[in-house]
Design a binder for this molecule. Structure first.
Ligand SMILES: NC(=O)c1ccc[n+]([C@@H]2O[C@H](COP(=O)([O-])OP(=O)(O)OC[C@H]3O[C@@H](n4cnc5c(N)ncnc54)[C@H](O)[C@@H]3O)[C@@H](O)[C@H]2O)c1
Ligand SMILES: O=C(O)CC[C@@H](O)C(=O)O
Length: 402
């Protein structure tokens, strides 16, 4: 099988896959527009930020698996992949430490205005009085929006700096907050209102688009530090642009709405000219440690795809299966027995949603579980049971977990 890595990546971690017959091709120069033509004959695609459009997915006729070597899958048309039965998997948590470190770097740099001080020194200006007015972090309040993998790493580091942690997260309850020893905020507005430092670590989904809204940003105290190392879509950047000078916000951004596809393209953001705004070109995950961890996780996913039944970190499996019954058939491990069973199911109009087959020690007998949406008739089950090589047929009603 051919594997294409369409981004810059630590390839040494993928070397071990060659023993599985995988041929690795590295083409970091590919872009959203050139990727579709490069997918001919490719079975596995690995990407970081290169966009995988519906057009690319349609061109990848042999594509079985797309691995996002990172967390956010917003650059992949997951719906198009699902419609063609292509797995999409990611590497959650593997770069959390790196992003938390960048978040802390922004907070410290903004408090001390490190970038401006350095620029002045470089220009030959010793502005000691100007840069001797930092507020300091100890005892100040940090509001963490989203206590996922990165949010929790930020929490850990915030404590070490003596910051007072407050949080809002989708599944955070007052009880859980008490266990984590963080002050519970009922809403994002509530969190913003008590944040001297406000940092966002939410997934970008249709539900979280603009969730850090104008009213959330309006609720921030004047002079607050704001960090977004998550995704631009989660924050109302137009409102932020307006509020930076009005409220004297100090802002650190690793993510921009105008990010180019590849680093050679030009970049522009009005936000950077609005006041004390520091930026980095989406490098939150770019430490050697994080990239190594992500590459190892990518290799683990691909190995599992080639050798195991279960695939880790898949983001596009049907959350609630439409299957309502399982037909459990114990049968002899012989050619054609399963095919006969399937042909009976087909004749009775039964659509199989999921199927698994376990072979027992000695390879004499197997157990096949077919999960189906409609209940097969007694006649259908009797027909299956009538095959000489079928040992037993059962039907089990599945709990509706929807
Ligand atoms: N700057 C970078 O280079 C970089 C690197 C890694 C991750 N990220 C981004 O950082 C963010 C956090 O990543 P993570 O690894 O902590 O992810 P995570 O899945 O561990 O945590 C995500 C958080 O978002 C919340 N969330 C998800 N859907 C939500 C919804 N519909 N409503 C409210 N909250 C919701 C979750 O409850 C959780 O608190 C993501 O946007 C990710 O893409 C950026
Ligand atoms: O790999 C990258 O360049 C960005 C990674 C980051 O945004 C992620 O979601 O993991």
């Amino acid at each position: 099988m051919r594997l294409l890595v369409a981004d810059k990546m630590d390839l040494s971690a993928l070397e071990e896959l060659k023993v599985l017959g995988i041929e690795i091709e590295s083409r970091p120069e590919l872009t959203r527009d050139t990727l579709p033509a490069a997918l001919d004959g490719i079975g596995i695609l690995v990407v970081r930020s290169t966009e995988v459009t519906a057009k690319a997915i349609a061109s990848g006729r042999q594509l079985n698996l797309i691995v996002r070597a990172g967390v956010g899958v917003g650059t992949i048309d997951v719906a198009a992949a699902s419609a063609r039965g292509i797995y999409v998997a990611n590497c959650p948590g593997k770069n959390a430490t790196a992003v938390a470190e960048l978040t802390m770097a922004f907070i410290l740099a903004l408090d001390r205005r490190l970038v401006d001080a350095t620029s002045e020194l470089r220009a030959g200006r010793w502005e000691k009085a100007k840069y001797s007015v930092a507020r300091g972090l100890f005892g100040r309040r940090i509001g963490i929006a989203g206590l996922g993998a990165i949010g929790r790493e930020v929490l850990l580091r915030a404590r070490a700096f003596g910051l007072e942690p407050h949080a809002w997260s989708r599944s955070l309850t007052p009880g859980r907050a008490a266990k984590l020893d963080v002050s519970y905020a009922r809403t994002l507005e509530d969190l913003a209102a008590r944040s001297d430092i406000f940092t966002v670590h939410l997934t970008a989904t249709p539900q979280t688009r603009g969730i850090v809204s104008r009213s959330v940003l309006e609720a921030l105290p004047d002079g607050a530090i704001v960090v977004n190392a998550a995704r631009p879509e989660v924050m109302d950047y137009a409102a932020l642009e307006e509020l930076i000078p009005r409220k004297g916000l100090r802002v650190g951004l690793d993510v921009f709405a105008t990010e180019p596809d590849k680093s050679s393209a030009p970049f522009e953001s009005h936000l950077l000219a609005r006041g004390l705004v520091y930026g980095t070109p989406h490098v939150g995950a770019q430490t050697e440690q994080a990239q190594r961890a992500v590459a190892l996780e990518t290799a683990r996913i691909i190995r599992a795809f080639m050798t195991e039944e279960e695939l880790p970190n898949v983001v596009n499996i049907c959350a609630t299966s439409p299957a309502r019954y399982a037909v459990v058939v114990r049968m002899m491990d012989k050619v054609g027995v399963l095919a006969n069973t399937l042909s009976v199911m087909k004749r009775h109009g039964i659509n199989i949603e999921e199927i698994s087959n376990t072979v027992f020690e000695g390879a004499t007998a197997t157990c096949t579980k077919m999960r189906v949406s409609g209940r097969p008739s007694e006649a259908c089950l009797k027909e299956i049971a009538a095959f000489e090589e079928v040992l037993h047929v059962d039907i089990v009603a599945l709990p509706n977990l929807a």
